[in-house]
Every structure is written in structure tokens, then in C-alpha cells.
Ligand binder design. Sequence first.
Ligand code: 0O2
Length: 210
Amino acid sequence: MNHWDAFLEPYKQAVDELKIKLKAMRTQFQLQHSHSPIEFVTGRVKPIASILDKASEKMVPLESLATEMQDIAGMRMMCQFVDDIERVVELLRQRKDFIVVEEKDYISHKKQSGYRSYHVVIEYPIQTIDGEKRILAEIQIRTLAMNFWATIEHSLNYKYQGQFPKDIQDRLQRAAEAAFRLDGEMSEIREEIQEAQAFFQEKKEDQVKE
Ligand code: 0O2
């Protein structure tokens, strides 16, 4: 096992465990027949190349990665509506299996890029053969529209290495505002949407019973 495998193993374990736990929250809402504020959950361990790039960009010594880089283990929770985000954050704050150590509200205070998302940094204990190990993980909570924008911007960022041509930059800013307006519109008709979703869910369940 090389050094990186050994270093990343606890993060892999944390991501695997957190995926199960956060996805279970969605299932629990579904079983209660109530609107799930969680649409879907993803998780990943940051690739080594990205860790090295970020460490050099932020001048983080490699010995300090575990304490200075909070998103080596990264989770994303996608929500249908903006109001769902606060509900999910509150559920995370109440959990007994990790501690929330930091919150970053890039929804009320969007980044200059146009990025919107709510970040919760947690200290998560994993059990190993050498005892408990506490690692940092970042949970990004965002709407589907915010996620769409961030995913596209991230790919373009990779292509242009952050040096966007002016027209692309302008379009990304406009797209970020369009996503923001879309979230606003969807919130306005939230009740209507949820009624329709509950109706279709019931219909699906009836079909399974038949
Ligand atoms: P990847 O590939 O997703 O892992 P800061 O110094 O506060 O600006 P810091 O300390 O890295 O940045 O923390 P922050 O702000 O919580 O951002 C960490 C992650 O948030 C990023 O990880 C992205 O996933 C996401 N993010 C932040 N800003 C943007 C943005 O402008 N556009 C997009 N698409 N995502 C963003 P990485 O390591 O950058 O990337």
C-alpha cells in the first residue's frame, strides 16, 4: 500500500458511511409519505491530482492536509426547493454521529463566480483497527438548479483553468441569475408541485399493490 492509499483510506470509509447515512434520511421521509427535502445524495473522495493542485494554490503543506483541507471527503445533498436547504442543515446539526464545525452560506452571500450553495464542514469519527480517527468532511447542500450551474461552471473552469473568456464569464453570470430566478419561481408554486408529486407517488404505490 503506498502512502496515498493509506492516507485516503479513512476518507473513503467516511464517504461510504456518509452516503449510506444521508441516503437513509431520504428513505425515511419517503416511508413517512412526507415531502423529502433531499432529492439525491452523492459523495466522492477528492482525486490526488486535485488535492495537490489545491494544496499548491492555497499554499497548504502536505503534512497539514488533514487539518487544512476540509473537502478531501466531500458529500453533496441536492434539494428541490431553496427552503429545503435550511431544513437539511438543521437535520445535520441535530445528528449525534458527527459534529458540525463550520458553516459557509454561499446562498445569502454568493461567490463572485456566481456560485451558490450551503457548505457544512463536519468532524466525522470513523472506527478503525487502530481505534477512532476523526476526519473532516464537507457537505454541500444545494438546489437542483444550483447544482446544474455549479456542475457546468466546474467543467468550464477545468477547460479554461479559471481564465474564462469574457463572453463565457458574462453568460455564466447570467446563467447563475437565471438559476436563482428558477429557484424563486419553483418556490412560488411549491405547494402545487408537491401535491402533484404526492398524487403520483400514491398512484405508483397503488400499482405495485395491484
Ligand atoms: P472540487 O473539484 O469540487 O473538489 P475558499 O478559500 O473559501 O474560497 P475553500 O476553502 O476551498 O475555498 O472552500 P469552499 O469555498 O467551501 O469551496 C470548496 C468547494 O466548493 C470547491 O471544491 C467546489 O466543490 C465548491 N465551489 C466553491 N466555489 C465554487 C465555484 O465558484 N464554482 C463551482 N463550480 N464550485 C465551487 P474544489 O476543490 O474547488 O473543487
